[in-house]
Every structure is written in structure tokens, then in C-alpha cells.
Write a protein that binds this ligand. Structure first.
Ligand SMILES: [Zn+2]
Length: 328
């Protein structure tokens, strides 16, 4: 018998609406929100007090990329590893340089707050992650954290004084690399009891528990602490995340930025096929029972189904074919 494991990854609803073609509307929105005149680059256009220091931002992105368990230009920074701890220290260092008030919760979500003049109001927050899957690039997540810190810096340099507090958040473990749980930090902030229960028994591939791994990174978690990560409902007034495009569409069309109107809701299933091995010269087609071919048929059926759905932003793909075992 020749069982095959077919791991099937279905991704749905991943499109981003793009408003890059309507520059005037985008400018109006930016100006309304910021209370400042918007300027593309400040050269020849209207003067703006807001000027990003892109050189310093790029330098920070490059420095952060050096905390990696794989050689440049790739980045590997797995949750609670030494490199992750170094990256966390680096981010907290910048937050402190900017005079933000820095706190960390039990699982290491990091918050840098610029306290507003009406501090009792819900904060406006932005942020992303700096953990990186093996051999990833240096921009995923990082742009949303370092970019946010640069945005704070720009506002500070311009003399802006926030009414609501502004906060930069570095979320713990957006990537599922170590414990198979994606968006771990933000899901816990959202109040997932189910996640609290599973974190108490979760182990990684080396049988290190979540709690022990966190401990090794300096987060001593008492299981009851996990509830303290939950946010109050009115903690934030608004949240926005800046993120690189992880597909080819904007780049291909030469559009510098897109505004997301829908979000991916990935779901995956594993399907196991069992068949019978047979001598390729002697067991003829009518008698064959090939697991691999059945799996291939399902993979093609999924593709066909998605293509025929008429939805341009639904994706169905087969992530992995894995031969489990020969059983004689
Ligand atoms: Zn990301």
C-alpha cells in the first residue's frame, strides 16, 4: 500500500482594492486625516513639514536584517530565538530614543506610546511584526514597524502634538514558524480564550513548550498572565498597518501604494490518499490503484473549481505532496 499525504492550501478573498489611480481623492483623504497639506516629495510641489528620512529608515531596515540566522540577503528570525530577542531590543531602543513610553505584555507584544494631550481617549495605533520565516526578505513586517517609528519621528520633527496617543505596536509571532500558530500576539490581544488554552500545551518541533520558549527570551509567563494580554474593547480608536505587497500586482502596474479593502482568510486541509503499489510493467492500468494520481486529480480539480468561481481574488493551491510511507 502506498499512502500519499496531500496537503491542500486554500486561500480565499485576498485582494486589495487599489486607489492609486485617483490621486486627487487620495490626497484629499490624506490631508483631511493629517491636517497637513500633502506633498509627493516636497520638490516643486507644495511645501510640507512632513519629510520622511528615507536614508535613516533604510539603514534601520538593513541593521535589523543583520539579526538573522541565515546569511544575507535572506533573513531568518524565529520567535523567541536569540536573533528575535536582539531584534526586539533594537526596536525597543528606537522607541526609547523617540521618547516613547515602552511596555511589553506577557508574550512580548511591544508597545511604544507617544502620549497625547487627551490621553484618556483611545489611541491611534499602527504596527506590524519583525519575526521572519526561514530565508525570508528583510521588508516583510519590518516596514510596518520601522516605517511607523519613522512616521512618529517625522511628526515629532514637524512639531506636531497629538491629541490622541499614538502607538507603535510590534506584534509577537505573526509567522506560524515555531508553534504553528500565526498572528499569535494579536490574536491573544483580541481575547482568544481558545488560544490561551492551546498555548498552555503547545510545543515546538523540539518539544520545547511555548511557556519555556518565552521564558528563554526573557518573558516569564505564568499561565494566568495570558489573560492580561487581552485588550479592553476601547483601548484603540483606530489601527492601520503598513505592509509590503507580497504579490506582483502593484509593482507590475507601477502603482506605489494600495489600500486594502478585503483581507485574506486562509484555510487549509490535509487529505490522505491510500493506494496499492504495483509493478509498472505487470500491473496494467485497469488493475492499478495509484494514490499519487488520485491526489493529482484532486489538485487539478481544486484549480478548476477556483478558476470557474468567477472570483478574481480567490486562490486555491496545493502546498505540498508528501509521500508518507511504504507499507508492504
Ligand atoms: Zn508580514
Amino acid at each position: 500500500m502506498l499512502p500519499f499525504l496531500l496537503s491542500l492550501l486554500l486561500l480565499t478573498g485576498a485582494a486589495a482594492g487599489v486607489q492609486g489611480h485617483d490621486d486627487a481623492a487620495a490626497r484629499r483623504t490624506m490631508e483631511e486625516f493629517a491636517g497637513f497639506p500633502a506633498s509627493d516629495d516636497g520638490e516643486g510641489g507644495r511645501a510640507s513639514p512632513l519629510r520622511v528620512d528615507s536614508e535613516s529608515l533604510q539603514r534601520q531596515i538593513d541593521e535589523l536584517a543583520s539579526f538573522s540566522d541565515s546569511p544575507a540577503p535572506s533573513v531568518t528570525r524565529v520567535l523567541y530565538s536569540d536573533k528575535d530577542v536582539q531584534a526586539r531590543r533594537y526596536i525597543k531602543g528606537i522607541m526609547k530614543q523617540l521618547g516613547l513610553s515602552v511596555r511589553e505584555d506577557a508574550v512580548g507584544n511591544i508597545f511604544g506610546r507617544w502620549v497625547g494631550s487627551e490621553a484618556e481617549l483611545g489611541a491611534v495605533a499602527t504596527g506590524s511584526h519583525v519575526d521572519a520565516i526561514p530565508f525570508s526578505g528583510k521588508y516583510d513586517g519590518v516596514v510596518g514597524v520601522l516605517g511607523a517609528l519613522e512616521a512618529i519621528s517625522v511628526l515629532q520633527r514637524s512639531g506636531f502634538q497629538p491629541k490622541r496617543s499614538l502607538e507603535v505596536i510590534m506584534f509577537t509571532s505573526e509567522e506560524p514558524t515555531r508553534f504553528g500558530i500565526s498572528c499569535l500576539g494579536s490574536r491573544l490581544m483580541a481575547g482568544s480564550e481558545e488560544l490561551v488554552r492551546s498555548l498552555k500545551r503547545t510545543v515546538d518541533n523540539h518539544n520545547v513548550s511555548f511557556v519555556d520558549a518565552a521564558d528563554s527570551a526573557g518573558y516569564k509567563i505564568h499561565p494566568d498572565d495570558l489573560h492580561n494580554v487581552f485588550l479592553n474593547q476601547d483601548a484603540y480608536f483606530a489601527f492601520i498597518e503598513l505592509h509590503i505587497e507580497q504579490g506582483p500586482i502593484l509593482e507590475k502596474e507601477g502603482i506605489p501604494i494600495g489600500i486594502v479593502t478585503a483581507i485574506a482568510a486562509p484555510a487549509s486541509i490535509k487529505v490522505e490518499f491510500e493506494g496499492n503499489g504495483g509493478h509498472a510493467g505487470a500491473v496494467l492500468m485497469p488493475a492499478r490503484n495509484d494514490a499519487g494520481l488520485a491526489a493529482a486529480e484532486l489538485a487539478l480539480a481544486v484549480e478548476k473549481y477556483v478558476l470557474e468561481s468567477g472570483s478574481i481574488d480567490t486562490v486555491g493551491t496545493v502546498g505540498m505532496f508528501d509521500k508518507l510511507a511504504f507499507i508492504f
